[in-house]
Design a protein around this ligand. Sequence first.
Ligand code: GLN
Length: 194
Amino acid sequence: MNNGHKPVGILAIQGDYAMHAKMLDRIAAPWKLVKHASELGEVSGLILPGGESTTMLKFFAGEGMGEAIKRFAEAGQPVFGTCAGAILLAREVSNPPQESLRLLDIAIERNAYGRQVDSSVRKGECPEIASQPLEMVFIRAPIILCVGPGVRVLGRCDGLPVLVEQGNLLAATFHPELTQDETLHRYFLGKLGD
Ligand code: GLN
């Protein structure tokens, strides 16, 4: 795919999109905040940030943004969902069930670590892309309950899949943008040239 020199889009409806922008600045990758569906034509890939998936979904319905993101992804453009972004990408969402883009063949349960471990910083393994364990920040994180046959598990933490890939789609249940570790953003940028 020829993405020319278009910047990476960051969905900026709600959530921690500014932290993704900060991370992309660190690795000198041009980015553009995406607030309207029409702006998807100006970006080479899209990051769906963490935040509140229900709030983002409400916006999707009103703006035609959900359909536009679906078309964008189905055309093969890379999309990276982190935490709430992973929930938006999933085929099936529980706790409670809610709508989603149904692009990524995973079933995911929201807020699945429970109140006792609302937020935590752990180490997880992504052996195919990082030789050392990565620091992973979980905030009211979902758990991936099952992955379809076309989905590769790239990262695990405490035995659970936390980073998955399906072709042009990448999803993490944690927040790589909240650490100093650039590995996952660099990996995503690598997909832009696929
Ligand atoms: N619990 C949030 C949701 O269900 C996700 C939390 C996050 O993105 N850190 O949308």
